[in-house]
Design a protein around this ligand. Structure first.
Ligand SMILES: [Fe+2]
Length: 249
């Protein structure tokens, strides 16, 4: 015969178990467990990009949060999702500059069809570069997927008719999983040169986020190896894409 005490104990136990299970269901924790972590990561990336596009957050906050997100990504899963092995097999490395490879995110669970960010993979052979350029009305970020790069950034301090005044901010080796970002207000010029046999970078970008910047959103090519002013700035001549690829590609 069961005592009243042990019966109550069992009842309480099963109620607790029931309550716990119900809580897990309502918080959708089971669903998150099943969904690959990188799918949720892409959804978080979409939410962050939407926030800056809708001007809910400032671009400097976006940069900090994108770098935080990049730092915590599971790189192996990201590489699988982007199908890098297959892309790397069939890529034709250009003589100068980088190849831009499309990526398909249509299989990512929970991601809307029309994502708010543009995306691509840049692929470079050894000593080839994603050539020095800046952006207007664009927030963007790189994460190295494979290979090593010498990565440089510059602050775009002043815009003039035929040149920019720029200040060096970052100049270091970037290894797989390492990242950097750009906005109209920070580290606006970048230049990444592959220093290993090959190099692959994942790029995302959000266009038209800054209504105060009336310039077109295309790249602005610059020559970052120019005369220095007495304030330590560099006179960086504006270049065409062809000139820039000829000199730095
Ligand atoms: Fe860029």
């Amino acid at each position: 015969m069961e005592t009243r005490r042990s019966f109550n104990g069992k009842l309480l136990g099963s109620l607790m178990a029931y309550g716990l299970i119900e809580t897990l269901y309502t918080q959708d924790l089971f669903a998150d467990k099943v969904k690959p972590v990188v799918h949720q990561w892409m959804c978080d990336l979409q939410a962050l990009c939407k926030d800056v596009k809708d001007q809910k957050i400032k671009d400097l906050v976006f940069q900090a949060k994108l770098e935080e997100l990049y730092r915590k990504v599971n790189l192996t899963e990201l590489i699988q999702l982007l199908n890098l092995d297959a892309l790397a097999k069939r890529v034709k490395f250009p003589e100068r500059g980088a190849a831009s490879l499309g990526v398909d995110l249509s299989k990512v669970e929970g991601l809307p069809k029309g994502v708010v960010f543009g995306k691509q993979i840049f692929a470079c052979g050894k000593d080839r570069s994603i050539v020095p350029h800046g952006h207007d009305n664009m927030c963007t970020g790189f994460i190295v997927l494979r290979g090593d790069f010498q990565g440089k950034h510059y602050e775009r301090v002043e815009d003039h008719k035929d040149h920019y005044l720029i200040r060096p901010t970052i100049d270091r080796v970037f290894k797989p999983g390492e990242c950097s970002t750009i906005s109209d207000h920070k580290d606006n010029v970048h230049w990444f040169k592959a220093i290993s046999a090959t190099g692959f970078v994942f790029n995302i970008h959000v266009l038209n986020y800054n209504p105060e910047n009336k310039n077109p959103t295309g790249r602005v090519y610059v020559d970052p190896v120019g005369e220095k002013t007495k304030d330590g700035l560099i006179v960086a001549k504006k270049m065409s894409s062809k000139e820039c690829h000829h000199k730095y590609g």
